[in-house]
Design a binder for this molecule. Sequence first.
Ligand code: FAD
Ligand code: DHB
Length: 391
Amino acid sequence: ARATVGIVGGGPAGLLLARLLHQAGVDCVVLESRDRAYVEQRQRAGILEQGTVDALRSSGAGERLDREGLAHDGIELRWDRRAQRVDFPSLTGGHRVWVYAQTEVVKDLVALQLRDGAPLLFDARVSSVTGAGTDRPVIHYAHGGADHTVVCDYVVGCDGFHGVTRKAVPEGELRTVGRSYPYSWLGILADVAPSNEELVYAHSPRGFALLSMRSPAVSRLYLQVPNGTDPAAWTDERIWDELDARFAVDADWTLARGPITQKSVLPMRSSVTEPMRWGRVLLAGDAAHIVPPAGAKGLNLAASDAIVLARAFGQLARTGSTAGLDAYSDTCLRRVWRAEHFSWFMTTTLHTAPDQPAFDTRLQYSQLDRIAASPHAAAELARNYVGMPVG
Ligand code: FAD
Ligand code: DHB
């Protein structure tokens, strides 16, 4: 088979890219190793930036988002039994974010793609990409019990952190830098109305906690746990008791409890692979960079890579110019590194490391006090949270 653009991976990056390419008249194919149900139910991110929402709307996937998505104008920070709201519109010139789960974004994009888009194959596992340095890179994959190939003009690796596309680039041409963190998150879904209208990010000597939501009837909560934690070791009661203790403030506030329907543990890491292009192979989303989740940036970075890439392929198709593709890596990496810094900042400001010295805790309090006292400090957080302009 032939395709102008071969896309490895049908997560948010691959699906949005395919949709935007379809609209730009560029033919492509998406190969996804998992089945449709798995991809649509994988519980992950929940916060969309303006740029992500704009792209979903213009791709035709904005209808349910506009109906069911919850616009949020701020977040609450808690530390040392205090609470402070950070207001986004007043600090950022009118920007806000939306609560709309990654599962729903993926369902909307899959439905559109299967209706009138480019081919999207599930259960299609890519084993390798060859010919990155030629003008005809090839994707090798297995589907329906047989081996197949697609010969492409360009291959885009949207295959996540454990993907295979990165390996198409010769040893030594890409550099990966990153770090891990000495804690993980235990994430739960609960059938109970969120106890706060906005997200609550809580610093506590017992460890970080985050209150988020999926709908007016479903809460999504996270709590910091040691690396290697088995979710089964946490009973529902222990989870709620621990969350209660971590969100505690002097003001009158109670955390509503409900049936927990899902529990999972996620490790935390930061990683960037540079450059994001070599020859005719390009990397997008988690395949190129990972952030710890506290800044809510992972999905939004995947979307902005797809937007920049779709523009570049559109330009190539219309004018024959590769200027956009040539600038792709530099354009994205500026935004990626800003998000890497912000995610690291949110993570290290709000978590309590094992055996954390009292001095470090006092530094965290000072930083949080500063955000509460200074509109400049608060605006820096707000601007990063709502997202930097795409491009
Ligand atoms: P992915 O969503 O990982 O998609 C990659 C796709 O490629 C997958 O569907 C995979 O099956 C497919 N694939 C992989 N290898 C192959 C192959 N060889 N052949 C074919 N297909 C392949 N971000 C937040 O902002 N907030 C959160 O709370 C949050 N929670 C997260 C929890 C977890 C457990 C994880 C892993 C991530 C979380 N993230 C979160 C990050 C966010 O979900 C990702 O940044 C986002 O999914 C990136 O999209 P992507 O399309 O680049 O990659
Ligand atoms: C969610 C996850 C995050 O990492 C975050 O910072 C905010 C919200 C969520 O899953 O709802």
